[in-house]
Design a protein around this ligand. Structure first.
Ligand SMILES: C[S@@+](CC[C@H](N)C(=O)[O-])C[C@H]1O[C@@H](n2cnc3c(N)ncnc32)[C@H](O)[C@@H]1O
Length: 270
């Protein structure tokens, strides 16, 4: 799609369109947008690490809660996948499409507005689903996991890179705002064992697990001391409270309130 065919109704998309215009014609690469389209702890490097867990025969992917679509683009460009990114936020979807329109080689990368709890796809549509920092606002985890299970083919996999509540930590002990919630009653963090218990009950098997909490803390320290170079920075997407969100995330991690996990789950054959 050509950028001129997009109508920029939304504030974030307008802001990005202006920045792109100001930068003038350039041979952009997907990684140029990593400062704004990798809205998770660990940034682009975390997406790269997660992608390493993808089985070789997994090509048709769905990125739920895709945000500005950085992970989808990475998987298309670097792993030859065909991706659909889905997000509840129309502004993010339009921004993701705008970024695509400035890059070559993305004919297999599409974005749709939608709800992860009611995925608008037929059964067995995908070889894998990826969810990166995208389940923290969702209270109905069982509905989410069932929706993902349905659209996966048998033996399809779910790649997770998620924020969980640390063991023995309560939802109310987390400081807000965070990048996903202004206040604690908008946040629906799980404890990892509870999440996995639900996933087992729905028909997933855990294949790989990694606790990334310490790496995330180290990354956040570095990112705060060395923010990405303008113009494509997380503040563009996160808005004026981005600084407070980042300071709260640092404190939440330092105080051991959050656990950052990566996991590969497989839809077990029944
Ligand atoms: C912290 S952002 C992460 C975006 C992206 N996965 C990334 O890592 O860059 C979380 C995203 O989840 C989306 N989201 C939250 N609840 C959702 C739902 N029920 N359905 C679809 N997207 C949802 C939000 O709109 C937001 O874009």
């Amino acid at each position: 799609m050509n950028s001129t065919s997009l109508i920029h109704h939304h504030p974030l998309t307008k802001r990005l369109a202006n920045l792109l215009k100001k930068a003038g014609p350039k041979a952009w690469q997907a990684s140029d947008f990593a400062g704004v389209d990798q809205l998770h702890l660990g940034g682009l490097e975390a997406s790269k690490a997660l992608a390493q867990w993808l089985p070789l025969n997994a090509t048709r992917g769905l990125d739920i809660g895709c945000g500005l679509g950085g992970t989808s683009r990475y998987l298309v460009v670097n792993h030859g996948c065909s991706m659909v990114g889905l997000d509840l936020n129309n502004d993010y979807i339009q921004a993701a499409q705008l970024l695509n329109s400035h890059l070559p080689g993305l004919s297999d990368c599409h974005f749709v507005a939608g709800n992860s709890l009611a995925l608008p796809f037929a059964e067995h549509s995908f070889d894998f689903v990826v969810s990166q920092h995208a389940s923290m606002n969702i209270a109905q985890k069982a509905v989410l996991l069932a929706a993902v299970h349905k659209v996966l083919q048998v033996e399809g996999c779910l790649l997770l890179h998620e924020v969980m509540l640390a063991q023995d930590c309560a939802q109310t002990s987390v400081d807000y705002p965070t990048p996903w919630a202004d206040q604690h009653d908008h946040s629906h963090l799980s404890h990892w064992p509870d999440f996995m218990q639900l996933a087992h009950a729905i028909g997933f098997k855990l294949i790989k697990f990694e606790d990334n909490t310490m790496d995330a803390l180290e990354w956040l320290h570095k990112a705060r001391n060395q923010p990405p170079s303008p113009p494509f920075t997380p503040n563009i997407a996160l808005g004026p409270t981005a600084g407070r969100m980042s300071a709260n995330m640092l404190r939440n991690l330092q105080q051991g309130r959050l656990q950052i996990v990566s996991a590969l789950l497989v839809k077990a054959s029944s």
